[in-house]
Design a protein around this ligand. Structure first.
Ligand code: GEK
Length: 244
């Protein structure tokens, strides 16, 4: 499918408004995320491979903060266990409406998908073998993150996995500066101007709160996970897998 180019922050804005997942963002989302998150395509396809290994028969797989359903489509193509379904949740109505159209036009698998417009902090998570938070936890208020991860842990079956991908921060200011500079080079190489990079950064400042890798690992451990492992990192973006 042709991607609409992201030019949301290309012209100077009089007033900086906090970033929101509205219609304008939905229109350009596939282009925006691919040009902004290093390794996004690699993450999406490999989440399908992880799901194929860890999905258990007669269980639910959750895609929390599903946006347009890229993770859902990847899992749906790979999962072969009988009786599995995918529950994909996002609280942006614009994302869910567009995501449903994309799903309906993809006949590549028969795994049932339920697309739900809801706050992931309020839904039931039960009988789960795979739960994915692909760049979603970073938008949840800091003091509510442990409650969510604990509810995910409790909803997972033994042997089930949580895949947690996040933009991360670094304790060492030198490393923070290095990773930020390289990430900005990545965005520049993908055609974003310095103005776009700085305006997007300002819009996300109060909305996307990145934490360190050790902070994420400690929270996973506090929630009950005894095993968590980084399986992907590129600059300041990483993905962990935690197994119950
Ligand atoms: C992908 N996973 O393409 N409840 C439900 N959804 C939420 C909440 C919440 N409380 N907070 C934020 N969202 C996707 C990419 S994007 C990441 C995920 C990014 C949703 C929000 O509406 C948005 O669609 C998504 O989480 C984050 O693999 O844009 O950097």
């Amino acid at each position: 499918m042709a991607k609409n180019p992201d030019a949301i922050y290309a012209s100077p804005l009089d007033e900086m408004i906090d970033f929101r997942f509205d219609e304008r963002v939905v229109d350009v989302f596939p282009d925006m995320i691919q040009r902004s998150v290093p390794g996004y395509g690699t993450l999406i396809s490999n989440i399908g491979i992880l799901a194929a290994r860890y999905a258990q028969k007669n269980s639910h797989c959750y895609d929390l903060g599903c946006s347009l359903g890229a993770v859902t489509l990847s899992m749906r193509q790979r999962i072969k266990q009988p009786g599995c379904d995918i529950i994909a949740v996002d609280n942006s109505p614009a994302m869910i409406t567009r995501g449903q159209k994309i799903l309906d036009s993809d006949p590549s698998s028969t795994v049932p998908v339920k697309l739900v417009c809801a706050d992931i902090q309020k839904i039931d998570i039960e009988n789960a073998s795979v739960v994915v938070l692909n760049f979603t936890l970073q938008f949840i208020p800091l003091d509510e993150r442990l409650i969510l991860i604990t509810r995910i842990y409790q909803g997972l079956k033994a042997g089930g996995i949580l895949i947690l991908s996040e933009k991360i921060a670094f304790e060492d200011p030198k490393q923070q500066d290095f990773q930020t500079a390289i990430h900005h080079d990545f965005k520049r190489t993908n055609g974003y101007s310095d103005l776009e990079i700085s305006q997007k950064r300002a819009a996300l400042e109060n909305v996307l709160i990145a934490e360190t890798l050790s902070c994420h690992q400690q929270r996973l451990s506090d929630a009950g996970f005894t095993f968590s492992h980084t399986w992907f990192q590129c600059f300041n973006f990483m993905s962990l897998v935690a197994i119950k």
